[in-house]
Design a protein around this ligand. Structure first.
Ligand code: ADP
Ligand code: MG
Length: 259
């Protein structure tokens, strides 16, 4: 049934013009392979979040089509579509009145999973992302550190066992050390679980560390797609080059060896 050559996500000639007339996306064509981690890079306002929200249909395109597992988002039952996609946002987006375990279990509850099974699953997901379920499980988001909150956010996204995970600047609000640690663990986890991940970031080093390919956005246009090596070797224009400068300054993070 699963056609491995079919993209997990594809944007076909997608344009998005918001109600106020602002052109946020201009004829974007892009495909993400199953199991791939694609980073969407760009400065603030370049259309990264818009691109991502088209996938789980929080936004509709003005023209063009977005396909998830080969099927246009307009053909999907929206509820089913959203429930099949993990979504991690900056500041985790956790429910403040629920504890960690309840937050992780939330997606399972709406899917009709029984309470015992939910509990067991939530605990194992917390452990999976490196949190001690017995201690962290009963704590509410405000009782957690930023890094712990993001881990709970990742655990929640993974709990529904999605093939596809959308991440919108998930590590953006963390201090550099916690961020790096979480990036590393997430990378290992993703490779182990074999999920397709679309990661929005404005951090070139994060993209280099985590992604198989990078898609660079500038003012609603996709300017270049390729591996870190390809972008470094042949940046499409001065904008991409300026983005890469940051990575070039740190040869250790730029040289993705052995992958
Ligand atoms: P990014 O995530 O790359 O920072 P966004 O996709 O959030 O960018 O936004 C792209 C552009 O579209 C920005 O200029 C933003 O102000 C604009 N925009 C986003 N949402 C709306 C909206 N609902 N109405 C009007 N303009 C919007
Ligand atoms: Mg954004």
């Amino acid at each position: 049934m699963n056609d491995v050559t079919r993209p997990a996500v594809e944007w076909r000639d997608v344009t998005k013009r918001y109600a106020d007339g602002h052109l946020a996306l201009d004829s974007v064509n892009l495909a993400v392979a199953p199991g791939e981690c694609l980073a969407i890079l760009g400065t603030s306002g370049s259309g990264k979040t818009t691109l991502l929200k088209l996938v789980n249909r929080l936004i509709e395109p003005t023209s063009g089509v977005v396909l998830v597992h080969g099927k246009a988002t307009t053909e999907w039952d929206t509820i089913k579509l959203r429930r099949s996609i993990g979504y991690v946002i900056q500041e985790s987006g956790l429910m403040p009145h629920l504890d960690s375990k309840e937050n992780v279990a939330l997606g399972l509850r709406v899917r009709g999973v029984g309470s015992g099974e939910r509990e067991r699953k939530a605990e194992s997901m917390l452990e999976l992302v490196g949190l001690e379920a017995a201690r962290i499980g009963p704590l509410r988001p405000h009782q957690l550190s930023g890094g712990q909150r993001q881990r709970v956010g990742v655990a929640r996204a993974l709990a529904i066992e999605p093939d596809l995970i959308l991440m919108d600047e998930p590590f953006g609000a963390l201090d550099p050390i916690t961020r790096r640690e979480l990036q590393k663990e997430f990378d290992a986890l993703r490779k182990r679980l074999g999920k397709t991940v679309i990661l929005v970031t404005h951090d070139i080093r994060e993209a280099f560390a985590l992604a198989d390919r990078l898609a660079v956005m500038d003012q609603g246009r996709l300017v270049q797609v390729g591996t870190a090596e390809a972008l470094m070797a042949r940046p499409a224009n001065a904008f991409v080059e300026s983005f890469l400068e940051d990575a070039r300054a740190v040869p250790t993070s730029a040289g993705r060896t052995g992958s």
